[in-house]
Design a protein around this ligand. Structure first.
Ligand code: CU
Length: 264
């Protein structure tokens, strides 16, 4: 809990400072990428992972305690946010599934891959703004992978990631705006994203140098496959409950289960 509170205080204070000096200006980065932090230096090609010997880590994130209430997000004063949906949006800070597991946990290999690096895949990851809520709430990217940001709402959004290791930016997206394509060149877990227009809009982006991550969904489980045999530190991150780590060693073709328990 302490960790997660600190986590929020820093970005909030930064944000207030920025808003005080002309927030809402067009982002500088649209004129070109020259000011962007240099990308992670290209490493030598990773030793190929032999799919015939690759290992798998599976597990779930159990929730021990009383599930926090999920109040409605108070957006009634903004009809453009609510008019296209018949269902009220609920606060997403902590979602406990029916099977007593926790949703939206970012589970990833924190250590153990050595110097291996993985080029970003060609496929994009989509972050959509619909009903003044980010979809998905938590997502993962490989450093340099394209993030396509959409605005499906008849209202203006101003998307604003607040990274510590990557360059900060914010971009206004009026209704009907062309998709915004962005990328984060440096690994960072996690990057909070907010909307400068709608204070309840929050998302989190995990950026890794490798593809070994998963995000728990409606059953609280995860699967990380295709791993080279080895010893790994697996971290589970949640926006409200902070982080936990587990050590696991997997041999050739081995599958091991790693279960986390989060106390509510
Ligand atoms: Cu917004």
């Amino acid at each position: 809990m302490i960790r997660s509170k600190l986590f929020w205080m820093v970005p909030l204070s930064l944000t207030l400072g920025l808003l005080g000096c002309g927030g809402g200006q067009p982002p500088a980065e649209q004129s070109g990428g020259a000011a962007a932090p240099s990308a992670t230096p290209a490493a030598a090609p990773a030793a190929p992972i032999d799919p015939a010997t690759a290992a798998t880590i599976t597990g779930k994130v159990a929730f021990d305690g009383t599930a926090p209430a999920r109040p409605r997000i108070r957006m009634d004063a903004v009809p453009a946010c609510t008019q296209r949906s018949s269902e009220a949006a609920l606060v997403e800070e902590a979602i406990v599934n029916d099977n007593k597991t926790l949703r939206n946990v970012f589970v990833y290999v924190k250590e153990g891959l050595g110097d291996r690096s993985f080029p970003p895949p060609a496929e994009e990851v989509v972050l959509d703004q619909q009903g003044c809520v980010y979809h998905p709430h938590v997502l993962g990217l490989i450093a340099g992978q394209k993030l396509r940001i959409k605005n499906g709402d008849p209202t203006n959004h101003n998307i604003h990631p607040m990274p510590a290791q990557n360059r900060e930016w914010n971009t206004s997206m009026p209704p009907g705006a062309a998709d915004l394509i962005q990328e984060f060149p440096r690994a960072e877990v996690m990057i909070p994203v907010k909307c400068n227009v709608h204070p309840w809009m929050k998302a989190y982006v995990g950026v890794l140098r490798h593809p070994f991550f998963a995000i728990t969904g409606a059953d609280g489980s995860f699967e990380i496959k295709g791993l080279p045999p080895g010893s790994y530190t697996i971290e589970a991150w949640h926006e409200k409950y902070g982080t936990q780590q587990m050590q696991v060693t997997v041999g050739e073709k081995e599958s091991k289960q790693v279960d986390f328990t989060v106390k509510g």
